[in-house]
Write a protein that binds this ligand. Structure first.
Ligand code: ZN
Length: 191
């Protein structure tokens, strides 16, 4: 099954990082260890600043989609995503990727991971994670018309984000729906 990494545009916002009272930091390394919880708690406060993007990324990781994205997803019966309404910005949703696949470390010799914390287990930096290939056993389970996320999250102190993946024929379906600002990358293997 051919699959792609899916990206959008930087929306120039933080989703949860500014809400100090929601954040729990590891006492040893200082990294946030409750990002899922902080994201959920921040949904009601978040406001979309840049409203013309179909898919956009916050500085701290969460992805936001517009009604246009959801309409294409529903129309074509696609799988693997959940959409959480953003109350202060009607027509926009926090994107949730429901199915997690294991990142294949063996197929990316460039991946850079620095300083794993003994206390919380997080790496202080994870970068150069492209191309996001997943282990062969998980590739065999991928279905057509579905979205997935990697278990590996890349980023540093502020941003942490898994990679969003999509299988064929999603790039074609989005193109036919006239969506031009959701990018599907099919990275070459590096070796
Ligand atoms: Zn730590």
């Amino acid at each position: 099954m051919k699959y792609y990494s899916v990206t959008g545009t930087d929306n120039n916002s933080e989703f949860y990082y500014m809400n100090d009272e929601f954040l729990k930091h590891c006492p040893k390394c200082g990294l946030i260890y409750n990002r899922e919880e902080a994201t959920a708690l921040s949904v009601s406060r978040f406001r979309v600043k840049k409203k013309h993007y179909t898919l956009s990324h916050c500085w701290d990781g969460p992805m936001i989609v517009s009604e246009r994205f959801v309409a294409a997803y529903v129309k074509h019966g696609l799988k693997g995503l959940g959409f959480v309404k953003i109350p202060q910005s009607p027509g926009f949703y926090l994107l949730r990727a429901l199915n997690v696949l294991r990142y294949d470390y063996a197929r990316n010799p460039r991946l850079f991971m620095k300083d794993q914390c003994e206390e919380c287990g997080q790496w202080y930096e994870v970068s150069l994670a492209n191309p996001p290939r997943v282990v062969p056993e998980d590739e065999a389970r991928m279905e057509a018309g579905a979205f997935y996320r990697t278990d590996l999250e890349s980023g540093e102190k502020v941003e942490r984000t898994p990679m969003l993946l999509a299988t064929d024929p999603i790039p074609r379906l989005f193109r036919e729906s006239g969506i031009k600002d959701v990018y599907f990358d099919y990275p070459e293997e590096i070796g």
